[in-house]
Design a protein around this ligand. Structure first.
Ligand SMILES: Cc1cc2nc3c(=O)[nH]c(=O)nc-3n(C[C@H](O)[C@H](O)[C@H](O)COP(=O)(O)O)c2cc1C
Length: 187
């Protein structure tokens, strides 16, 4: 797949087949992440691959009520749709994807958020090019405050969580919706 095609046709996928992604494909996706640019070339990322569905259920069930309490009062557009999803029975923040990757960044690196975000997009584009659907799930963040729960992620010493991405074989091919034309200023 051409780079521009991958960029323009990647969409967040939230429905997945019930089969695991082979390790060699996951390794390719992670490797593509590590080819992202990073400040001073430090590459401050590491990857926690989670395939334990019981653990993901636990994290999801912990986060959902906290997310809902943060959303009290917000009732429009996308946040209303997300709120309804969170309230629906058996909803999982991870859409029952077979693999979730938590990207973590070196805690003391001041560019870790930017570097790891660039890495994340590389991974999602690479996944798309390899026929794998993905969705960045920022909604894990309430869990980051819970030491006991976070111990289950086995984050390497000196790293902090940046965000989770779900991966799986797609059962849907969403269209681009609501893309806003770029605001461009010329100087
Ligand atoms: C920082 C960030 C956090 C996100 N968190 C979630 C999330 O928790 N759950 C979810 O379903 N999608 C999440 N998304 C995906 C966005 O909803 C999605 O990228 C956006 O609607 C645009 O759609 P597209 O990815 O198909 O272009 C997140 C995306 C980003 C960049």
């Amino acid at each position: 797949m051409e780079a521009l095609d991958a960029i323009m046709t990647r969409r967040s996928v939230r429905k997945f087949e019930d089969r695991q992604i082979p390790d060699e494909i996951l390794e390719k996706i992670i490797l593509a992440g590590t080819y992202a640019p990073s400040a001073l070339g430090i590459q401050p990322w590491a990857f926690v691959v989670v395939q334990d569905q019981g653990f993901l259920k636990k994290v999801s069930e912990y986060c959902i009520p906290i997310l809902l309490s943060h959303m009290k009062g917000s009732g429009e557009g996308m946040s209303q749709i997300f709120k309804e999803m969170l309230e629906s029975k058996n909803f999982s923040l991870y859409y029952n994807a077979p693999t979730v990757i938590l990207i973590v960044g070196q805690s003391k690196n001041r560019f870790k958020d930017i570097d790891c975000s660039l890495c994340a997009e590389n991974m999602m584009l690479a996944a798309h090019a390899l026929g794998i659907g993905s969705c960045f799930v920022g909604a894990t963040d309430p869990a980051y405050e819970n030491k006991e729960l976070m111990a289950g992620f086995k984050i390497p010493e000196g790293y902090s969580p940046i965000g989770t991405i779900v991966f799986g074989y797609p059962l849907e091919t969403p269209e681009a919706e609501g893309k806003i034309p770029p605001k461009i200023v010329r100087v």
